[in-house]
Design a protein around this ligand. Structure first.
Ligand code: ATP
Ligand code: MG
Ligand code: MG
Ligand code: MG
Length: 470
């Protein structure tokens, strides 16, 4: 069955509509009234008030396809087959209504009957203390015991810093040995790309408070998440999420702009995939009102733009090029996300300005680094201090890998431990800033005028989604 990324999204939402779920469009990437989260990273995140009971949901059953950003996965992007910073998460939710049996039954039905995935290829994991879920899979669905893996808290207990949490059960597709690490211990939960986790069913039965207590919720909830790119890759037999038809179009555009052919040099392939991913992420971030800055979500955007530009350099692209890719993103997703088409001009303006700024940075960074190198030669040192490397990175946006590369050419190195220590301190500062409330990206900014009048539009979502049909 090959219905493509957009077809699978539609089929998923229709499937759950058929099970009496209210279908809501994606919420913006910027959380509303939620200081615990920088950017929406899961389908349930914008629905949190319904899970905690703070607000009454418009329906006890809902399903969405939610835009997500996961910066913690950034270093995996392009390297694993399955991680992006931007992806779409399909999900069905029950607010105190149905629970484990239905969630498991429907997930199985969707995968084996709608997607027609061979049952033999499916494996599941359960939280090691969750005998109830184990029995449902084994006795009710008929999955053999060998294919049900018990995993601990790290993998199979879902929680944010605070809020709804609980044990979960993940569904994996075995793509075969050729994708595996070859270790005898390889099974679902292994870091390699053989068993791809496609769907996570979270049985939200607790509300975690600031002190770390798990308070049982009066009516347990269901929160599920399935990566749209991952399930599409499985359906299409694509090697990784970037080679899924719809995303491959973006990737092909990167090839075209850079003149580099995909599939010849593993390192260049990583750069091509990174650019493909980051261009998707930056398009949606800017369209949801995030602007480049040095803090918070603005910094996430800045980092993505600079990283993409940097990988463009590695591919030998001289000029600003991101908009040539962004345009393809907009055209491929504009039907499902009309906001990106509406804001096309602003998106391009902002990305271009930031990319140009980065070009300057590169020149500036190189001249400062050369100064450092002169000083080192003078003092007969061979290791650049981590603090200086961090200053280059933090103040001038000059990436560590570039610093390393330039140093290497002169047989010099950098104190990475010290760099990481500085980075850690910076992260702590950022976390504190976030806890104290972060409005970065919207402040007194050169671009602020561009966004005048758009803010009010974000208010309307709650009203809009009630009326939206699939
Ligand atoms: P993994 O273990 O593979 O990193 P995860 O357990 O962190 O995935 P969840 O938090 O359970 O992922 O998210 C629900 C689903 O969203 C996953 O089962 C997967 O299909 C998808 N997903 C998660 N992270 C990513 C990502 N970085 N890129 C693409 N899809 C993702
Ligand atoms: Mg993960
Ligand atoms: Mg996982
Ligand atoms: Mg998971």
């Amino acid at each position: 069955k090959n219905i493509g990324l957009h077809g699978i999204r539609k089929e998923f939402l229709e499937f759950f509509k058929g099970k009496n779920h209210l279908i809501a469009p994606s919420f913006p990437l910027v959380p509303k009234n939620d200081k615990s989260l920088l950017l929406i990273n899961a389908g349930m995140a914008p629905l949190k008030p319904y899970f905690t009971g703070e607000q009454t949901p418009p329906s006890k059953r809902m399903a969405t396809c939610q835009k997500c950003i996961r910066t913690p996965d950034i270093d995996n992007v392009g390297k694993t087959d399955r991680h992006a910073t931007f992806f779409e998460m399909l999900g069905n939710f029950s607010f105190g209504e149905y629970f484990k049996i239905e969630a498991i039954e429907w997930a199985w039905e969707f995968l084996t009957e709608r997607m027609e995935i061979e049952k033999d290829k499916l494996w599941v994991s359960v939280y090691l203390e969750d005998d109830e879920a184990f029995d449902i899979w084994n006795k009710h669905i008929g999955v053999s015991k060998e294919k049900i893996v018990k995993l601990g808290k790290g993998d199979n207990f879902w929680e944010l810093e605070v809020g709804p949490s609980g044990p979960c059960s993940e569904i994996y597709v075995d793509r075969g040995e050729k994708y595996g690490c070859g270790k005898s211990s390889c099974q679902p939960g292994c870091d390699c790309d053989r068993f791809v986790e496609v769907w996570n069913l979270v049985f939200t039965q607790f509300d975690k408070d600031e002190k770390g207590n798990y308070n049982p919720l009066p009516n347990p909830n269901i929160d599920t998440g399935m990566g749209l790119e991952r399930i599409t890759a499985i359906m299409e037999g694509a090697r990784n999420i970037f080679e899924v038809g719809e995303i491959k179009k973006i990737l092909n555009q990167v090839e075209k702009v850079s003149g580099v052919t995909y599939g010849r040099d593993p390192n260049k392939d990583i750069s091509i995939r990174v650019i493909t991913d980051h261009c998707r992420a930056m398009t949606f971030l800017v369209s949801d009102g995030v602007l480049p800055s040095n803090e918070g979500r603005g910094y996430v955007l800045r980092r993505l733009i600079r990283r993409a530009a940097r990988h463009g350099k590695l591919l030998g692209i001289q000029k600003s090029f991101l908009n040539d890719i962004v345009e393809f993103v907009i055209n491929s997703w504009k039907v499902e996300y009309p906001e990106i088409k509406e804001r096309e001009e602003q998106i391009k303006k902002i990305i271009y300005a930031e990319e140009e700024k980065f070009q300057e940075t590169i020149h500036q960074g190189i001249s400062i680094l050369e100064q450092y190198i002169d000083e080192m030669a003078h003092k007969k040192e061979t290791v650049l201090s981590g603090e200086k490397a961090f200053k280059l990175y933090d103040t001038y946006g000059f990436p560590l890998d570039l610093t390393k590369e330039i140093l290497e050419e002169k047989n010099l190195t950098v104190d990475e431990d010290e760099f990481n220590k500085n980075m850690e301190e910076q992260r702590n500062r950022a976390r504190r800033a976030r806890e104290e409330g972060d409005n970065s990206g919207w402040g007194d900014n050169d671009f602020h005028d561009i966004f005048k009048g758009l803010e009010t539009k974000f208010e309307g979502y709650e009203k809009v989604y009630l009326e939206t049909e699939v």
